[in-house]
Design a protein around this ligand. Sequence first.
Ligand SMILES: *[C@@H]1O[C@H](CO)[C@@H](O)[C@H](O)[C@H]1NC(C)=O
Ligand SMILES: *[C@@H]1O[C@H](CO)[C@@H](O)[C@H](O)[C@H]1NC(C)=O
Ligand SMILES: *[C@@H]1O[C@H](CO)[C@@H](O)[C@H](O)[C@H]1NC(C)=O
Ligand SMILES: *[C@@H]1O[C@H](CO)[C@@H](O)[C@H](O)[C@H]1NC(C)=O
Ligand SMILES: *[C@@H]1O[C@H](CO)[C@@H](O)[C@H](O)[C@H]1NC(C)=O
Length: 487
Amino acid sequence: MATRRRGARGGGGVVASVLVAWLLAAGGAAGHYVGEGEQQQQRALDRVEALPGQPAVAFAQYSGYVTVHERRGRALFYWLTEAAGADAATKPLVLWLNGGPGCSSVAYGASEEIGPFRIKPNGTGLYLNRYSWNKEANLLFLESPAGVGFSYSNTTSDLKTSGDERTAQDSLQFLIGWMSRFPQYQHRDFYIAGESYAGHYVPQLARKIVEYNRASPHPFINLKGILVGNAVTDNYYDNVGTVTYWWTHAMISDGTYKAILKLCNFSSASVSNACNRAMSYAMNHEFGDIDQYSIYTPSCHASSDTSSSNSTARRHHRRPVLRFKDTLIRRRSNSYDPCTETYAETYYNRMDVQKAMHANTTRIPYRWTACSDVLIKTWKDSELSMLPTYRMLMKAGIRVWVFSGDTDSVVPVTATRFALSHLGLKTKIRWYPWYTAGQVGGWSEVYEGLTFATIRGAGHEVPLFQPRRAFRMFVSFLAGKPLPAKN
Ligand SMILES: *[C@@H]1O[C@H](CO)[C@@H](O)[C@H](O)[C@H]1NC(C)=O
Ligand SMILES: *[C@@H]1O[C@H](CO)[C@@H](O)[C@H](O)[C@H]1NC(C)=O
Ligand SMILES: *[C@@H]1O[C@H](CO)[C@@H](O)[C@H](O)[C@H]1NC(C)=O
Ligand SMILES: *[C@@H]1O[C@H](CO)[C@@H](O)[C@H](O)[C@H]1NC(C)=O
Ligand SMILES: *[C@@H]1O[C@H](CO)[C@@H](O)[C@H](O)[C@H]1NC(C)=O
């Protein structure tokens, strides 16, 4: 874990200028209470007429900011794409979060995975995603925490002190504020979904909501379930499972496999030099130039040698766990189509797009990027294991589904299975193949309190690689029913 804590790097004492600007501007406004009438007026202002280059659609969209910390001036950006069809008002609300830490749900979840629109090459416009999850639910994309995408803090130092706890607290604050702006979603069936490092955000926010509801005389956030994919779950089991995946998928030699298992202490917060050397050898001499997030699909070479390769991250799924002294980070670790991320960066930096989305109204002093390097490099607290939180949520009656694209080598299916097996849950439905469109969509096992499902042939961003199978899984999740054992 300590590999992430290369805190010393870059020095601490930079830039207070934005803070000063904020102090001057905010003055007496601190503590200003935004009342309900005002919130609902704000809702009308958040309505998006149409995005530049967008095809005609039959659902409503809203986007804008919710302040989550008045004094420090933190505001989170959201984008709501309501359910398509007449019954949006009765369909559930799903909050989608991406990982990183530091990556944007607008860039990934909305624009590559589950959202209604995909971005055309060069960011010239949008086209429709056939398997958009908004066929079944109202989708709320949140750029979280402050410093991601359009979400900002007027206190610059906030960007260097983010961690799991504040992310969860701010997200809860966001939901409370957002539901007062959108009271029609209070008491509505509500789910939280996400992938990768959102394997932390999703259960942590769910836990906050359960605690908040318990303390509240009139709870209104009607949390029903969580859904996480290729999720960072438990440092120890994730690491063992990842190395095992590399070996069982013939990405590394027997010798390297044994060396890593012998030299690396995955229970330890620090990484020994010997362990680091073994890891680096695997990555630099054995992996080859593959897409680690989708090991059987070609990687997009175009992106590695254009100027776009410079733009911050495109490693939204970079997870901290295996960042052995930067090795993984420095590698060009493309997602399936890293070019898509550059389209997003072109599109969301367009002035007309930002205007249409009510984004960047405060002239944020840096460009919109798919991932924030500052956040991932300075991330503070990170829970070692989410398993205790899973237990707490199951006990509270929250539906817990965990899915995994089985061709991802970054947070692979073996990592998730090792972690889940240590929950020691009772099996309700034994391991079986599930079907969609006449094919095995993946495999599933239903436990007391938790459903696990793989998506066959999907990389790290499951809905990007297997949109139809991912959509089928989502339908079953919402229904609370096992995936179909027959076609
Ligand atoms: C941040 O500062 C800008 C400029 O002073 C101000 O307009 C905005 O309301 C502030 N944001 C928050 C969340 O306080
Ligand atoms: C995309 O941009 C490049 C470089 O600016 C240009 O050469 C190309 O024609 C553009 N393609 C489209 C489809 O607009
Ligand atoms: C691994 O690290 C843990 C935590 O620092 C420590 O307790 C344990 O003794 C270490 N194991 C080995 C084999 O060094
Ligand atoms: C591109 O990356 C190089 C090396 O990392 C850096 O020196 C340069 O300033 C970057 N260029 C841009 C436009 O960001
Ligand atoms: C915000 O807008 C300013 C111009 O007003 C632009 O320079 C900056 O790149 C934008 N930042 C983001 C995060 O969109």
